[in-house]
Design a protein. Structure first.
Length: 235
């Protein structure tokens, strides 16, 4: 089966929700002050810096190692990440493509639990909190939301289209940690329980890169959740 020559998965930069959830957790409170939709959450100031740093690093790469095609989650934080990275690279003289948007690359849909912290879920939906504990993170389906099998199904379809339409090319996907997890499940056949053990020691950091290279007709993992590019200092 033909595939892309290289697939790079990028998690979006730090978002306002990442900051708010971490702050609420640190303070042991339920409320985080966020309003609106998950799809509209913006990058934090640090997230903008991370996207800029990604663009600087990208500009320093050889032209034949930069992406030839980029596809992005429609969520604002993902689109902002690539827009800033691409603009930064272009300002430094590097040619990079604008991103297509694929709705199948959205974050895991949480339905009624969208943008709720664990404490908010426990307070507002105690039965769901109990179900989550009983079912486990990957099998649990929030009301109106998705299991990780659902996420994997749409990511599998998106990757199949990329392999078909962009075989032999260097492709980047800018999306979410759930998409990276689902991609590893799809491409490597790793059970979610095994992936959970990997994530316990190597979390998918904001703006991290996960890379696959084609060899012998399949995509092989060569880099997971890498962040060295975020400390690139230039020449």
């Amino acid at each position: 089966m033909d595939t892309v020559a290289q697939l790079t998965l990028v998690r979006h930069g730090q978002s306002a929700a990442n900051v708010a959830f971490a702050d609420a957790h640190a303070r042991g409170v339920a409320a985080h002050g966020l309003t609106g939709r998950d799809a509209d959450v913006e990058l934090s100031p640090l997230g903008w810096q991370q996207a800029t740093q990604l663009g600087r690093w990208l500009a320093a790469q050889p032209a034949d190692e930069r992406p030839e095609h980029v596809v992005c989650s429609p969520y604002l934080r993902a689109r902002q990440t690539w827009t800033r990275a691409a603009a930064t690279a272009a300002s430094l003289g590097a040619t990079v493509p604008s991103a297509d948007v694929d709705d199948r690359l959205v974050d895991r849909l949480m339905g009624d639990l969208e943008l709720l912290t664990p404490l908010m879920i426990a307070e507002r939906f105690p039965a769901e909190a109990a179900r989550l504990t009983a079912d486990g993170l990957y099998a649990y389906q929030p009301p109106g939301g998705e299991t990780f099998d659902d996420v994997a199904a749409r990511v599998r379809a998106a990757l199949a289209d990329l392999n078909s339409r962009h075989a032999g090319r260097l492709v980047w996907v800018v999306a979410h940690d759930a998409v990276v997890v689902a991609a590893r499940h799809v491409l490597e056949g790793l059970p979610f329980v095994d992936l959970d053990a990997v994530l316990a020691t190597t979390p998918i950091a904001n703006t991290s890169l996960t890379r696959y290279i084609r060899a012998e007709g399949r995509l092989n993992l060569v880099e997971f959740a890498a962040t060295a590019h975020l400390t690139y200092m230039g020449t």
